[in-house]
Write a protein that binds this ligand. Structure first.
Ligand SMILES: Cc1cc2nc3c(=O)[nH]c(=O)nc-3n(C[C@H](O)[C@H](O)[C@H](O)COP(=O)(O)OP(=O)(O)OC[C@H]3O[C@@H](n4cnc5c(N)ncnc54)[C@H](O)[C@@H]3O)c2cc1C
Length: 406
């Protein structure tokens, strides 16, 4: 007897023309497609995915969401993203498994506490719930922490962000794909974009290995491959490096970690999944790379860091390890822009560590940009020309040296 599986989205033949073409069936591409169809009634849209949807960083991340970023340009975007999870769960009629368990970032020095103070003040100014907590409060939140001076980096306190948490990443991919497909969007898997045709300074065509598509609007949302596509198809150089991020999960354990906990000093973060596994991640590999392979270097680092941060996990077995690619800009903030170098060409890339938590809200605003041709106010700080104008954002401070990834 064969089981019959119903695809959540329809298979459709590749047409010779579409109103808009989206390169990449990751979170950003699918979200933009869904919002184009649902909010702007632009349904004649093709999502072109070279392998299968969610095969990139979309299906490889550690699913952490939060809004306590560092800079005032970023916080409103991430705040709206957090607010969107329950709305989308209902709208898509798909359980995205948003678990707002809260995020605790640990500080291991006075300097880190000072930096957290600034971070908390900026977040609170933008209406985001973020609190400074002392070491004792950290212990109350996560009893497994060792707040004595025994660990290599003793805990001075932390920054607690109650509305953050985790969302199931494949559910977001599948929910958006189903939602977009129901509204008429075509999802073409196993189809690679190979070129973008331009005439008189405007997009006229997208070339794929399965045929040519006439279109006047194309969104480059190809994650780690966005910069390569921009250069190969349009000769545009983007300030993006591609690096590998690795992650691991332990064997399932009884509930012991009720919040996401992270530490910049250890370069490690952890949360307990609904299955009981401890999902852990760390900093990106320091060398540019296009491989999803894991390294012994990372396994050793991660085991040591987690064992120091949460001593009760020493001796626990790691069950799986994987890697994914991250497209990283010099200021750790994304590039969202349009009409450069040619009219009708849009880009949404450079997401580094933060592209899961931002995906739905970015899809919403990039869809507005593609639909109207006008850059929404909230996206203006993320334009490419900030690099030319030396107006980089301080978003690096959301990660390096005092908080941990994601
Ligand atoms: C291990 C790890 C942990 C992470 N943890 C977090 C986290 O906890 N929180 C968070 O916010 N972010 C996290 N991230 C980052 C986040 O996953 C990414 O920023 C996000 O998935 C980027 O989404 P995307 O849609 O831009 O790219 P992707 O999901 O990578 O999608 C791009 C798609 O484009 C396709 N493509 C490429 N070239 C072509 C082409 N020529 N033609 C057609 N299709 C093409 C690819 O196959 C791919 O499917 C993590 C990343 C990794 C790797």
């Amino acid at each position: 007897m064969f089981l019959k599986f119903n695809r959540l989205w329809k298979e459709s033949p590749l047409k010779s023309s579409y109103d808009a073409v989206i390169i990449g069936g990751g979170l950003h591409g699918l979200a933009a497609a869904y919002f184009l169809a649902s909010r702007h009634n632009i349904r004649d849209v093709a999502v072109i995915e070279k392998k299968f949807i969610g095969c990139g960083a979309a299906g490889r991340n550690t699913a952490i969401v939060r809004a306590n970023q560092r800079t005032q340009e970023n916080i409103p975007l991430y705040k709206e993203a957090l607010d969107l999870w329950p709305i989308l769960t209902q709208e898509l009629d798909f359980n995205l498994m948003f678990y707002n368990c809260g995020n605790l970032n640990l500080a291991h020095s006075d300097a880190a506490m000072k930096a957290f103070r600034m971070n908390v003040a900026t977040a609170q100014f933008h209406g985001v719930d973020s609190q400074l907590v002392d070491a004792k409060q950290c212990k109350e939140l996560v009893p497994a922490l060792d707040i004595t001076d025994r660990p290599r980096y003793p805990i001075f306190g932390g920054m607690f962000h109650p509305p953050g948490g985790i969302v199931r990443h494949d559910a977001v991919v599948w929910g958006l794909a189903r939602g977009a497909s129901k509204l008429g969007v075509h999802i073409h898997q196993g189809t690679e974009v190979t070129g973008i045709g331009v005439k008189h300074g405007k997009v006229v065509r997208v070339d794929t290995d399965k045929g040519r598509i006439q279109t006047t609007r194309v969104l480059n949302a190809a994650g780690a491959y966005s910069a390569g596509i921009a250069f190969k198809c349009l000769g545009q150089r983007l300030p993006i490096s591609v690096l590998t991020i690795q992650a691991m999960v332990t064997q399932p354990l009884k509930p012991l970690l009720h919040h996401v906990v992270s530490s910049g000093a250890y370069h490690a973060y952890a949360n307990q999944t609904l299955k009981g596994e401890i999902a852990t991640g760390a900093h990106m590999d320091p060398w540019p790379n296009y491989t999803n392979q894991s390294t012994a270097h990372y396994i050793k680092h991660q085991a040591e860091a987690i064992g120091e941060m949460l001593p009760c996990l020493r001796g626990v077995k790691f069950m799986r390890i994987w890697g994914g690619l991250a497209d990283m800009t010099p200021d750790m903030a994304p590039i969202m822009d349009g009409h450069i170098p040619v009219a009708g060409y849009y880009m949404d890339c450079g997401w580094g560590y933060f592209g899961f938590k931002s995906s739905t809200v970015t899809g919403k605003y990039m869809a507005q940009y593609v639909a109207t041709g006008e850059c929404p106010e909230i996206l203006k700080p993320f334009r490419l020309k900030r690099f030319e104008e030396h107006r980089l954002m301080g978003e690096t401070a959301a990660l390096v040296d005092y908080t941990a990834n994601n």
